[in-house]
Design a protein around this ligand. Sequence first.
Ligand SMILES: C[S@@+](CC[C@H](N)C(=O)[O-])C[C@H]1O[C@@H](n2cnc3c(N)ncnc32)[C@H](O)[C@@H]1O
Length: 246
Amino acid sequence: MGGGTGTGKSYYRDHEVPMDASTLKIFHHVNNRVSERLLTWPKGVDFITTNESLESIVNALEPTAEDTVLAICGCGDQPFALAQTGARVHAVDYKKEQIAYAKRRARLAELGRHVDFLSVSRSAPGDANNLRYLANEERWRRIRANINKISFHHADIFKLPRSLHRTYTKIYLSNAITYSGRTPKDREIEQLIRVLQPNGLLYLAVKTDHIEFSAYARERLRVDVSLTYDARRTEKTWTPSVYRRV
Ligand SMILES: C[S@@+](CC[C@H](N)C(=O)[O-])C[C@H]1O[C@@H](n2cnc3c(N)ncnc32)[C@H](O)[C@@H]1O
């Protein structure tokens, strides 16, 4: 079965992802809308959609209303997904355009503009599973209900401003540790570990099994095998690891 119902090219094929009827409806709307938006890439924005599995991130970190999460912001999808069950999420990005973009999407969520919220972030094929994930009506209701739990900060996660110096129960680091723009120094990673509470979780989306952590980091972080397994089961692009703070 083909994807979109309109005249434009279909970017997401619905046979790839089983969906209930209401999710499918939203999915078709976005499919049609995306083709109109292909040429409107927002200026200065590097990521308009995530290339990581939202399902993996949420299943592995299992955020709850008791959590305070520090998260890389990127396009906003990850903080939106992490906040859906009421966790307080502090989303940081050192690119101000990413913060502005994610805030714009948060505003669309506040206004209840589901198709705009979804299609503003879609201009390339390849993330049909994430689109299905965010198109789900119940999840959209939860994201909207908790949108005010997310705060956005223009900051380097490895050089946190004073206002973000607190203890976090979970950290979503995406692939910031191996990000091409800047490799963090050992002491910067150690500072980040210091803000993670004992027994807290750290999610890393990397492409390798081997990260050269310093002795300090190795002493304090243990791979959580079961959560890492959960994350890798649904993540097909990255090789995520989930660490627990000792
Ligand atoms: C880590 S990148 C990679 C893309 C990611 N895999 C995704 O799917 O979105 C995501 C975002 O992290 C931001 N970023 C990278 N290193 C950072 C750092 N040290 N502090 C804050 N933001 C960072 C980039 O500006 C980008 O918007």
